[in-house]
Unconditional design. Structure first.
Length: 281
């Protein structure tokens, strides 16, 4: 799942979520923090469970520990609830935000079900999100296409037995290193990024080269019928080499590097300044 879907916003505050067993699961602590404005949601949950013995007795059934992105950027197991479990927890929290939150939660779940039935809705929502951030229509089309190519590659890896995030990261790093001469983490540092999604800060050429590397890797894996990790790693390196050769050819003819340290954070600030100046005139 794309990282754009991993956080949703209720009344200006973030709620982490993850897709598990064909439904959304939400962070208990994020829900409690929003409904109570508590500075220590973990302590509030303890008191809430002590006040509600029925909730406490069924806590293990209502909550499931799932990996979510922590504030430090690492994934950690966090108590999560599905929509039904969230409604049960809300019953134990006296809050004026409870009713609007219930309506919001039901809507979030409904939207995701409709997107599964009609993937075009998910794509439309994604495009609207990028557009609201100020990206051009041309860039958005490439970014969305890149997501589809990435999904096709990871689906192929899934079929061939990849299981851990570390394995996915290693293969992705192989493609990136061969394509751009940098791993994704090195590339993020080069662009001055921290927790942001690297691909959201690539320009058109960078996105196209990324797509070429991943699409070629998928083709190699299928044609070679690779299964063992080392063979998949070679496919990734070879796919990246194809994109890397293309990059070098472009750079030779341009006379300069196409690997840019520009990021959309800087562009967004520049756009804001231009907009502000126009308003002042």
């Amino acid at each position: 799942m794309d990282t754009n879907n991993a956080i949703v916003v209720f009344q200006g505050k973030n709620i982490r979520r993850t897709w598990h067993n064909n439904e959304w699961w939400f962070s208990v602590f994020d829900i409690v923090s929003i409904l109570t404005d508590s500075a220590d949601p973990k302590q509030y949950v303890k008191k809430m469970r002590s006040r509600d013995p029925v909730l406490n007795a069924n806590w293990g059934t209502i909550c499931t520990p799932l990996e979510l992105l922590a504030p430090d950027g690492k994934k950690r197991e966090t108590n999560c609830v599905n929509t039904e479990g969230a409604f049960r927890i809300i019953q134990s929290i006296p809050s004026p935000k409870a009713e609007p939150f219930k309506l919001w939660l039901a809507r979030v779940g409904y939207d995701r079900v409709k997107e599964i039935e009609n993937p075009e809705l998910a794509q439309k929502r994604m495009k609207e999100l990028f557009k609201s951030k100020g990206y051009s229509e041309e860039w958005i089309e490439k970014r969305v296409r890149g997501i589809a190519i990435r999904d096709e590659l990871t689906d192929e890896w899934d079929k061939r037995g990849l299981q851990t995030e570390r394995e996915y990261a290693i293969l992705t790093a192989e493609i990136s290193k061969a394509t751009f001469g940098m791993t994704p983490s090195e590339y993020k540092r080069f662009k001055g990024l921290q927790k942001e999604n690297l691909r959201d800060h690539m320009d058109d050429i960078e996105l196209i080269l990324t797509m070429l590397g991943e699409a070629t890797t998928t083709r190699f894996t299928r044609e070679r019928d690779s299964n063992e990790f080392q063979h998949l790693k070679k496919d990734a390196k070879d796919g990246g080499d194809v994109a890397g050769s293309t990059r070098k050819d472009i750079e030779q003819k341009l006379g300069k590097s196409v690997v840019s340290n520009d990021n959309f954070l800087e562009k967004s600030e520049e756009q804001k300044r231009l907009t502000h100046k126009k308003k002042e005139k």
